[in-house]
Design a protein around this ligand. Structure first.
Ligand SMILES: [Zn+2]
Length: 127
């Protein structure tokens, strides 16, 4: 007697922990729903994809996430490296972290002004 190969037995959809293993595309659908929440970005002035990654920024995190789109945040992440190098920031010091935060707010246009001329002079956008 030939084994009936076409059948998918329901128990085979369950992992040993009892979680259903859904086909991958179902997970993507869920992610799409999450990222569809656009923000009106204050940095670029357009509605854009919201930041979904955790930023570990404490109180500022909610503000950044509600005002800044993902692409602008990615730009800042590149910029942050430059800021740290340019000002020789010691992130182990409170003053160093404050400086980076100030530059971040200025770059993202979060309301606080800071002198960014030094950075802008040396900024070379990646091709
Ligand atoms: Zn933006």
């Amino acid at each position: 007697m030939m084994p009936y190969a076409g059948a998918i037995h329901l128990p085979s959809l369950l992992t040993p922990t009892g979680n259903a293993t859904l086909p991958p595309h179902l997970f993507y659908v869920q992610e799409d729903i999450q990222t569809m929440a656009d923000v009106q970005c204050v940095t670029c002035g357009q509605a854009g994809e919201a930041i979904t990654d955790p930023l570990f920024m404490g109180r500022l995190e909610a503000e950044v996430k509600s005002k800044v789109c993902q692409p602008c945040w990615k730009k800042w992440e590149g910029m942050r490296v430059m800021v740290i190098n340019e000002y020789q920031v010691n992130l182990g010091e409170e003053s160093g972290r404050e400086l980076v935060k100030k530059q971040m707010k200025a770059f993202l246009k979060l309301g606080e002004q800071a002198d960014t001329s030094k950075i802008e002079q040396n900024f070379r956008p990646q091709a």
